[in-house]
Ligand binder design. Structure first.
Ligand code: PBG
Length: 347
């Protein structure tokens, strides 16, 4: 008699049996059994599709660095949003490319700016799909940085606190136009608190904030910067986005602060090179909804290899998104959201 057998049953620990009693291949023989014992399942509602909007009508401007993706005018956005809703996606996240950029990024907080106009155009097509907006300045400023830049300090850098008030105004303009959730991505200290205060004071205390809490200074954003026309004109984003080589606990500190400031959903970005961060945040903040952004570089690399016939796009994407979900993300932002939904129907 094994005196510890009962304890093991209580704790659920498997008895350390070995071959030939234990054969893990038994669970892999029947396709239905394989499915039954799966732990990670992808579903359309957890997916968010990023979309780029620009002024005009009937505009579908293909993005060279991101095959199959396009900049859309508000009327075309409505078409895309209707399709996304029909497929049962959870949401879309909008990035605006304004007609004119200036040093203050003034289109970003204009109630008649590109994003508010896009929201109003798409709202009736959205059904129960969430319209989420990216809240940041890099697409709106002529210098391409994520906030107000002080050039006369001898050390040109984004002025954190001057940017906060404008981010709050931007979020409020999106809320007024009908956004269901706002997603600040600029990595300014205190951005969530400033946006929360701004929304609350304008009657939007019910509106959730999905914060890009642990966002790294990553080369994987390169195709996006062409898509959003948001490449920095000087310097880089390393003074505000996280250093990839920083201790992983720094991501935990970022998340802690954003939660304390009122973030409802936390995001880690990029996804695939940061699965360890996703897992750590998942383990350290149980119960906090966690999103991961499968970014443009992750997308375009697969597209390029698939075009050459080197890999199977569908298989690679399903495997990659499964790994992001397995690491602990329950929400995934991905340019493949529509494709995945179709693929899931036929797997
Ligand atoms: C804007 C923003 C970026 C992305 C999302 N929001 C670009 C950046 O930080 O340079 C990148 C998304 C992608 O690469 O798919 N702040």
């Amino acid at each position: 008699m094994d005196p510890y057998a009962a304890d093991r049953m209580v704790t659920g620990q498997a008895t350390a049996q070995s071959f030939p009693t234990t054969r893990l291949r038994r669970l892999r023989q029947h396709p239905t059994l394989r499915e039954m014992v799966r732990d990670v399942r992808l579903s359309p509602r957890q997916l968010i599709l990023p979309l780029f909007v620009r002024p005009g009508t009937r505009v579908r401007q293909p993005i060279a660095s991101m095959p199959s993706q396009a900049q859309l005018s508000p009327d075309e956005l409505a078409v895309e949003v209707r399709e996304a809703a029909r497929l049962g996606l959870g949401g879309v996240i909008l990035f605006g490319i304004p007609e004119h950029k200036d040093s203050q990024g003034s289109d970003a907080y204009d109630d008649d700016g590109i994003v508010p106009r896009a929201i109003r155009a798409a709202k009736s097509a959205a059904g129960d799909l969430l319209i989420i907006t990216d809240v940041c300045f890099c697409e709106y400023t002529d210098h391409g940085h994520c906030g107000i830049v002080n050039r006369d300090t001898g050390r040109p850098d984004v002025d954190n606190d001057a940017t906060l008030e404008l981010l709050a105004r931007q979020a409020v303009s999106h809320a007024r136009a009908g956004a269901d959730m706002v997603a600040p991505s600029g990595m300014m200290d205190g951005m969530v608190a400033a946006i929360r205060r701004g929304l609350d004071s304008e009657g939007f205390s019910h509106l959730p904030i999905m914060s890009y809490a642990a966002k790294y200074a990553s080369a994987f954003y390169a195709p996006f910067r062409e898509a959003a026309e948001s490449a920095p004109q000087f310097g880089d984003r390393r003074s505000y986005q996280m250093d990839p080589a920083a201790d992983a606990e720094q991501a935990v500190r970022e998340v802690e602060l954003d939660l304390a400031e009122g973030a409802d959903i936390i995001m880690v970005k990029p996804a695939l090179a940061y699965l360890d961060i996703i897992r750590r945040v998942r383990d350290r903040f149980p119960g906090v909804p966690l999103a991961a952004y499968n970014v443009s570089g992750e997308f375009s690399m697969v597209k390029a290899a698939a075009e050459r016939g080197w890999i199977d796009e569908r298989a690679i994407v399903l495997e990659s998104l499964t790994s992001i979900a397995r690491a602990g993300a329950s929400i995934i932002l991905t340019y493949w959201a529509k494709d995945v939904t179709r693929w899931l129907r036929t797997t």
